[in-house]
Design a binder for this molecule. Structure first.
Ligand code: HEM
Length: 169
């Protein structure tokens, strides 16, 4: 099994296990605590998703093999594996539990939010591939491309927050 497939499977298993624990064992008054954990997880996920493409902008401008380039490789790998990946798993697990427990499963705003969060997860996958490409000095994308990609998670985040707070439909 390829390394990235293995990591994706581990992420899915941890998400499912976390959700199963919460569904089987729900302490009284847990909803607001889980919502707080959900918000902590999404803030961490978003912090990484906003910072990582900024690193790519600087990395794409650095010469391959230079000291800066090698430093960016370490920063990118750590940011992805220590913050972004676990934060995404926690955001999904707590978010899905909130959707179930809060009775939002058939709400239109949640469906729209899920579509956007799936898009955000796809961008996450794209950034993971970019971390591997930069690590092997194989990035082919321009500084301009990474500047543009830097704005994508921001746009998704704005829409997601409006949907979940305003719940317009
Ligand atoms: C990963 C999949 C996600 C699912 C399934 C999910 C689902 C949910 C649900 C059901 C709630 C509870 C709403 C309520 O109690 O009124 C919630 C709260 C919240 N979610 Fe998510 N969410 C996810 C990801 C995200 C992301 C990526 C963001 C931000 C970029 C986000 C931001 C928030 C915020 C700010 C709240 C608190 C809203 C409030 O209390 O008014 N969520 N989420």
């Amino acid at each position: 099994m390829q390394e990235r497939t293995r990591r994706a499977v581990i992420g899915l298993v941890i998400t499912a296990a976390l959700m199963a624990v919460l569904v089987v064992w729900t302490p009284r008054g847990a909803y607001l605590w889980i919502k707080a954990l959900h918000v902590i997880a999404i803030v961490s996920w978003m912090a990484g998703m906003l910072y990582l493409p900024r690193l790519f902008v600087y990395h794409a401008a650095a010469e391959a093999g230079s000291k800066e380039s090698e430093t960016f490789k370490v920063m990118e790998r750590r940011l992805l594996t220590v913050i972004i990946n676990p934060a995404m798993v926690a955001s999904w697990a707590f978010g899905l539990w909130l959707a179930w427990e809060g009775g939002f499963v058939w709400s239109g705003w949640l469906h729209a939010k899920l579509a956007l969060v799936l898009a955000l997860s796809a961008v996450h996958g794209y950034f993971s591939m970019a971390v591997r490409a930069f690590a092997a000095d194989r990035n082919t994308k321009s500084v301009r491309h990474w500047r543009f990609m830097n704005e994508v998670p921001t746009a998704i985040m704005i829409l997601v927050i409006i949907l979940v707070v305003v719940k317009p439909f």
